[in-house]
Ligand binder design. Structure first.
Ligand code: BV8
Ligand code: ZN
Length: 223
């Protein structure tokens, strides 16, 4: 069994989704800020967005949907959580082996020497932050136009191929190659269960579409 999670999983924790109503940040769109080009042209603006998100997430906590996925991981040897989210709320709910396709907002990576460090401080103070080598640090996330971490994605593909059931939770299924994992699972014979407030590109493919909040539905699946 596997789950593919998106920003909707964290919505009930108060973390805005990307494409939902509250998802827009000021007059910018995530696709305009979460790119290497945006960072190269205005690292401070991109960091203002990430610093704001980090501060928001630091005040948020895992919701019952995160805890239900952590419980599934505890109970089922063969359960794999694949997440597109970078907020780390899955870990804070007790998940041990989540596959993070798009990286981690709490990791900073130096653009000069490549050194990575976990930095939980919010607000960061100095924007953009600097590495001890003097280089500018970037968020340890995968931006649009950047490849996903190869080993993580290969593990996610394997989990999707081997799953009899794939829960697709709180994702608009708009971002690839992450969304493609649902089709990988389906092609390998998995049953797709979609948990979402709205219809998505995946809904017609789903064997079962559960309309509602993941924080309410997931705990029902785990009782
Ligand atoms: C790559 C990290 C190649 C950063 C993110 C044209 C067609 C297809 C693909 C492309 C294309 N043009 C370009 C591409 C590729 C591109 C892409 O997919 N673009 C999209 C926009 C069309 N993909 C990439 O660039 C990827 N890289 O392809 O590299 C390559 C290979 C080799 C060498 C070089 C390059 C990289 C994509 C990763 C981008 N990074 N995040 C950050 O977070 O700042 S993506 C970002 O979107 C987040 O990770 C997010 O998780 C992800 C997906 O969004 P969702 O999670 O689905 O969130 P969304 O807001 O969209 O939807 C929320 C859903 O929840 C909604 O359905 C809503 O109804 C529901 N919901 C809300 N509340 C609840 C709920 N459901 C249940 N309960 C609730 N309470
Ligand atoms: Zn450095």
């Amino acid at each position: 069994m596997a789950a593919l999670a998106g920003a909707g999983l964290s919505a009930e924790s108060g973390v805005p989704t990307f494409r939902g109503a509250g998802g827009l940040w000021r007059q910018y769109r995530p696709e305009d800020l979460a790119t290497p080009e945006a960072f190269a042209s205005d690292p401070r603006l991109v960091w203002e967005w990430y610093d704001w998100r980090r501060s928001l997430i630091s005040k948020a906590g895992p919701n019952p949907g995160h805890f239900a996925l952590a419980e599934l991981e505890k109970r089922k040897q063969s359960f794999t959580l694949i997440t597109q989210n970078v907020d780390g709320l899955e870990e804070r709910a007790g998940c041990k082996d989540a596959l993070r396709l798009h990286g981690d907002i709490w990791t900073l990576r130096c653009t000069a020497c490549g050194r990575e460090r976990k930095e939980l401080k919010t607000p960061l103070g100095e924007l953009p932050p600097h590495c001890s080598c003097g280089g500018i640090e970037r968020p340890g996330v995968v931006w649009f136009g950047e490849p996903l971490p190869a080993r993580v994605f290969a593990a996610a593909e394997k989990a999707a191929r081997e799953a009899e059931v794939l829960l697709v939770v709180g994702t608009s299924a708009a971002v690839y190659p992450a969304a493609g994992l649902a089709w990988v699972a389906k092609a390998a014979g998995a049953k797709l269960i979609e948990i979402n407030m709205e219809e998505t590109a995946l809904s017609l493919e789903a064997d079962c579409a559960l309309r509602g909040k993941s924080g309410e539905i997931l705990p029902l699946l785990v009782t």
